[in-house]
Design a protein around this ligand. Sequence first.
Ligand code: NCD
Length: 309
Amino acid sequence: MEIRNLISITDFSVEEIDKMIGVAGDIMKNPDKYIDICKGKKLATLFFEPSTRTRLSFEAAMLELGGSVLGFSEASSSSASKGESVSDTIRTVGCYADIIAMRHPKEGAPIVASRRTTVPIINGGDGGHHHPTQTLTDLLTITREKGRLNNLTVGLCGDLKFGRTVHSLIEAMLRYENVRFVLIAPPELRVPQYIIDMLEKAGAAYKQVETMEAVMPELDILYMTRVQRERFFNEEDYIRLKDTYILNMDKLASAKKDMAILHPLPRVNEISVEVDDDPRAAYFRQALCGKYIRMALILNLLNIVKEVK
Ligand code: NCD
C-alpha cells in the first residue's frame, strides 16, 4: 500500500481535506465510535524544537483513539545531542512506531526523514517553512466558526516572514473560492517573496498593509501571530518589533460582530487578555480543534478511516 506523508499542506487535495474535516466533526459528535480504533498502534512524537499544543494534541489524539505514544520532547534528551543525524534517528524510530510526528528547526528535515522510513511522517513544523497540521487545525476552526472556507477576507497579522503557520495557511486557503488576503506586517516581517509569487500565480486578491486599524472592518478572520524570537539573528531587532501589534478591545471596536480571531498560540503580547472573554476570540477553541483534526489525520494516514460514510 502507498505510504502517505504530510510534509506540506498541498500533499492533500481540497477534497481530501474536506473529508478529514468531516471525520473530525464525526469524532467530536460520536467519540465512542473511535475509542479503540487505533488499538495496538503506536505514534512517535519526535520534537527537536519546543512545543505545547502540537505535541500534546498529537499524543492526546492517539490516546483517545486507543493507541499508544512514545517519543521525546527536546533534542537534548535524544541521541541528536550525541551527534546522531535526523536520518538515523528516523530510520530507528521507524522500527518502533507505526506513524511519526516530528518538529525540527531545519527547513526540509521532514522530507529528508520521509525518505528514510516506510512509516508515515507528519511535519509538526520545520523551521520557518511549513506547519501543515496547524493549517488543518485552522481550517477546521474556520469551518466551525464561519461555516465555510470560501468567500472570506482573511487578515494575517504579525510575523509573516518567519511565521510558518501563516505560510501554510495561505497556501491552503488559496485553493478555496473568493478568499481575499490582507497581510498586516511591518516591512521587515512581510511574507517571503515565494508566498507573494504564489498569490500572484493564483490570481488571488491580496494587499500588504502596516497597521490593523484601517482594515479591521473588512475582516472575516483575523489571524494573529507571535514575533518568532528564535528565528531572529539579533535580539535588538526582536525587541524593536515584538510589540508592533497588540490586539485589544479598543481596536476590536470597528471589527465585524462575527469576525473570528484566531492565533496558533503561544501568545506573548499580541492579544491582550481582555480579548479572551469576547465571543469572537476563537483561539482556545482552535487549540481544541487541533486534537480532533489530528485524530482524523492519524486515521487517514494509517488507512483506518478516510471519510464519514
Ligand atoms: C506555532 C509554531 O510552532 O509555529 N505554534 C503552534 O504549533 N501552535 C506558532 C508559534 O510558535 O508562534
